[in-house]
Design a protein around this ligand. Sequence first.
Ligand code: AMP
Length: 289
Amino acid sequence: MRLILLGPPGAGKGTQAQRLVEKYGIVQLSTGDMLRAAVAAGTPVGIQAREIMARGELVPDAVVVAIIADRIEQPDARKGFILDGFPRTEAQAEALGKLLHQKGLDLDAVIELKVDESILLHRVERRVAEMTARGEAVRADDNAESLKKRLDAYRAQTAPLVHFYAGKGMLRTVDGMEPIDDVTSAIGRILAEAAFRPKAAGSAAKRGQAAAKTKSGAKAKSKAKLASKTKKAAKKAPKKAVKKVTRKGVSKTAKKTPKKVSKKKPAPRGKSKSRRAGKKVRRARKARK
Ligand code: AMP
């Protein structure tokens, strides 16, 4: 199973992704988490991303696409993955499409978590409080100023992906304002539906081809059925022309006329011509004697 969770910061993508990981045994691929790990490790990518992330802006497309391309190659991603926070721009979505196409893979669903922006600051504040209570380091971008920038970036660059995937017939929207468990159930229903969809590996175009194949196959089958029915019917039907057997042997063909059922009543026994002729002969013999 491969899916994308779309939604603004604080919509609950991370929470839902973790539940899906437990339920389906697939991996969560969060570009935000990967970038934070790179920042913490001080890798070249981390050094490049650090300031950008702190400001609440987007890291260049090429950087995140390279991270994802590398990550989906890993063995644990073979069974499936949930993309959380990626793609975030149309260029990233196009790059992801190409990557998957090259591998002959397909997305099962793109799920948008729809929320009122008014609650996002409250959710982020709650997350900060929870992380602080657990003794975890608070994210550098989890503050009102950065959140505003992240929301601006979402509206300008990520929200258009809703239309991008809707246009491909892949988008499903879930009410992210509902309680967490209800959101999980709604996502579960979408995924259950997706699991029953005929999966022609590749693209919608391939699905179309498969459908056409099935249609032409059915056509050919019904044609063959019709032909064999006609053959059988021809075997059963009376032959119109049959060979006529004459004294001279088998002669030319003649039309076989169905036996006529005579409507005449058979003549009474005593009055038959042959019996009367017999009587005449016997009488003549007697007279001669
Ligand atoms: P997140 O944890 O998804 O909220 O991401 C935190 C930050 O990481 C974002 O504000 C961006 O600076 C950066 N980031 C994460 N994912 C991406 C992405 N797909 N494209 C660009 N920047 C990203």
